[in-house]
Design a protein around this ligand. Structure first.
Ligand SMILES: [Zn+2]
Ligand SMILES: [Zn+2]
Length: 139
């Protein structure tokens, strides 16, 4: 994934502070999602938890990141594709949680649409598949 944190921040009218750039850089580094504990481990020396939390929330609100909960209830973050924007934040692809390496992948597979019963408004629907990923299957 080729991501330029500075231009993404600009696009979303966010001031590019050093910390914001670092967080985005770290998340965009890998094509798989990164877990919050891993982020804290990697950035702990530069960014305190509260600030990190705030940055992650802003990014979610702006449609820059999306959050995926893994099977242990840990939050993972991945950069959104261009289909997300501030007023139309959706995450319509399927996620894959490998039960072997515990990584979360954003799959380029469209999530099934679920029809909500009358009176229910779904804001986020997440589709997550569990199993063995490509890399682990190859071993
Ligand atoms: Zn795996
Ligand atoms: Zn995703």
């Amino acid at each position: 994934m080729n991501i330029n944190p500075v231009s993404i921040l600009k696009e979303h009218d966010l001031k590019h502070t050093k910390q914001r750039v670092r967080v985005l850089e770290e998340i965009a580094l890998d094509s798989v999602a990164i877990s919050q504990p891993d982020l804290e481990k990697k950035l702990g020396k530069e960014i305190d938890r509260v600030t990190l939390y705030r940055i992650l929330n802003t990014y979610q609100e702006k449609g820059i990141l999306h959050r995926i909960m893994d099977m242990n209830g840990t939050a993972n973050y991945a950069v959104c594709t261009s289909s997300c924007s501030e007023d139309h934040h959706h995450d319509e692809h399927v996620h894959f949680n490998c039960t072997n390496c515990n990584k979360i992948y954003c799959l380029e597979v469209e999530a099934p649409r679920i029809k909500m019963p009358k009176g229910f408004t779904a804001k986020t629907v997440s589709s997550i598949a569990y199993g063995i990923c490509e890399k682990c299957n190859a071993i």
